[in-house]
Unconditional design. Structure first.
Length: 171
């Protein structure tokens, strides 16, 4: 079972999320909890059976696009996480993860991955943090979590590339 969240922007003129519930169910999204709280967008929290994270995520995206032609994928999770999220995913304390991120554990020579956003809170790519933890600490993340985070990171990068390409083309 693969658990992930996909968020879509709805097509112009068809921004009422509840109007799409039957179509989503009929398209195979009966394994998702659908969030309809924001006009113009829809979020689906999937628990999908598949042989791989790649298959689960890509099939879910295809099912949503089949149900909602013209929808635009805008976010996937888990991809960007703060230290509290990371601690929860790997099953340790937030303070322990914070110490790794701050370089306060002397037994670890490798620097923690740089955040992709420095702010309040700072955000890291989950896949980078999980791989770093596996290689540099006694924390061994579930390989399935690493696989899903890798796929989410790739899809997230595709989303960002599409956005940037659209901005550059509009110049």
């Amino acid at each position: 079972m693969w658990e992930f969240v996909l968020k879509f922007r709805l097509p112009l003129g068809q921004e009422e999320p509840t109007a799409w519930l039957d179509a989503l169910f009929e398209a195979g999204c009966d394994d998702a909890t659908v969030g309809t709280g924001r006009r113009g967008s829809i979020a689906l929290d999937f628990s999908r059976e598949a042989v791989s994270a790649e298959t689960a995520v890509r099939s879910a995206i295809a099912d949503v696009l089949k149900a909602i032609p013209g929808a635009l994928l805008i976010e996937i999770a888990p991809d960007l996480v703060n230290l509290a999220d990371l601690a929860e995913i790997v099953g340790c304390s937030r303070q322990n993860i914070r110490k790794y991120a701050a370089g306060e554990i002397r037994a670890v020579a490798a620097a923690f991955p740089d955040p992709v956003y420095t702010g309040n809170p700072s955000l890291w790519r989950l896949v980078e943090a999980l791989i770093w933890l596996e290689r540099n600490t006694d924390i061994h993340p579930d390989p399935r979590s690493v696989e899903l985070a890798r796929v989410a990171s790739e899809v997230g990068a595709d989303i960002q590339h599409r956005r940037l390409t659209g901005l550059i083309a509009a110049e």
